[in-house]
Design a protein around this ligand. Structure first.
Ligand SMILES: Cc1ncc(C[n+]2csc(CCOP(=O)(O)OP(=O)(O)O)c2C)c(N)n1
Ligand SMILES: [Mg+2]
Length: 329
């Protein structure tokens, strides 16, 4: 993979998220913000391996996935700030980013709710025979939800071209994951009969390699789970202007923060080149946020528009062709 490009994408996500947190601290973000800082190598590495027409499905920590999927920073910033010109008209907000023009199907604030949606998209891809995979992201906490078990079982039974990238950051909100589970995501995936691989989620080239291999198997209709080990640089979420207090052990934080995914690529890219890339990105994003903060808020009269992908045709009825199979004796 081109490490300069990967570095640029990762720095863009890092600086974008830092700017979003500044806006949140200034009371400019409606609702909560779940920053992606520290986990940039997962989105960038995994999505560099997808074809641009393969669908991506995300969860509330979705800004990094959106940028890595090619969603323009300007439309994303306006969306998070609740402004006209946002990718969802400024009405969806931070946790529910969707941009179908970049094959980002959507993101969900409900833990694991995005997984059955991704399986449905994978089922459609399989039915239409396009040979494309669907990439879904989730946190490690999603593996405690029933929807994840159901999705993985359906994916295995129907050989769906689904790649689930699990971002294992050892925490679920302010709860340490090991307090609330007795099997890891990889063990659960393998127990349900799926292929599962583990990767250093702070090493963008390693994530890219693992995702490339997983996607090749996926496109041949073998669902895959890729567990990427990583860590949040900031915290779980910020609701309103006040950041949360620290909830993770200092020694654990220090250990992980010393393995910063950006610093690890910087050495390979070269300090001077990295500094130049960073400067360009800062310049771009200063403009993006200045523009977004000057944009209007959506007109309340537009609240009920663009809520569904297509209007249900007037006078339409439910399809009659739905038949209920006889129970098996
Ligand atoms: C069904 C459901 N239950 C509880 C919550 C509250 N909640 C929000 S984030 C979160 C933790 C999820 O952790 P994880 O999946 O590991 O993702 P991370 O935040 O670490 O990226 C919880 C429990 C929710 N959003 N949805
Ligand atoms: Mg987690």
């Amino acid at each position: 993979m081109d490490l300069s490009n990967a570095y640029r994408e990762m720095v863009r996500i890092r600086i974008f998220e830092e700017r979003v947190l500044e806006c949140a601290a200034a009371g400019q973000v409606p609702g909560s913000v779940h920053p992606y800082t520290g986990q940039e190598a997962v989105a960038v590495g995994a999505l560099a391996a997808r074809r641009p027409d393969e669908w991506v499905v995300s969860f509330y920590r979705c800004h990094g996935h959106a940028l890595a999927a090619g969603v323009p920073a300007a439309g994303l910033a306006r969306e998070i700030l609740g402004r006209v010109g946002g990718v969802c008209g400024g009405k969806a907000g931070s946790m529910h980013i969707a941009d179908h023009s970049h094959h980002l199907l959507g993101a969900s604030s409900i833990v694991a709710a995005q997984l059955p949606i991704a399986a449905g998209a994978a089922m459609a891809e399989k039915a239409t025979g396009g040979g494309r995979a669907v990439i879904a992201f989730c946190g490690d906490g999603a593996f405690g939800a029933g929807a994840a078990y159901e999705t993985l079982t359906v994916a295995a039974v129907h050989d769906l071209p689904l790649l689930l990238v699990c971002e294992e950051n050892s925490w679920q909100d302010h709860t340490a994951s090991d307090l609330v589970r007795h099997r890891t995501p990889g063990q659960i995936a393998r127990g349900l009969g799926l292929d599962s691989d583990e990767v250093d989620g702070n090493d963008v080239a390693a994530v890219h390699r693992a995702a490339t291999e997983a996607l090749a198997r996926c496109r041949a209709s073998r669902p895959q789970v890729l567990v990427a080990h990583t860590y949040l640089r900031h915290f779980h979420a910020q609701l309103g202007p006040q950041p949360p207090g620290e909830y993770r052990p200092a020694a654990e934080r220090e250990r992980w923060l010393a393995r910063d995914p950006l610093a690890r690529v910087e050495a390979a890219v070269g300090r001077e080149r990295a500094a130049a890339i960073r400067e360009q990105v800062v310049h771009e994003l200063v403009g993006v946020f200045a523009d977004a903060l000057h944009a209007d808020q959506p007109d309340p009269a537009s609240a009920a528009t663009a809520v569904t992908a297509a209007a249900w045709p007037s006078g339409a009825t439910w399809p009659e062709a739905v038949t209920v199979p006889e129970p098996v004796a």
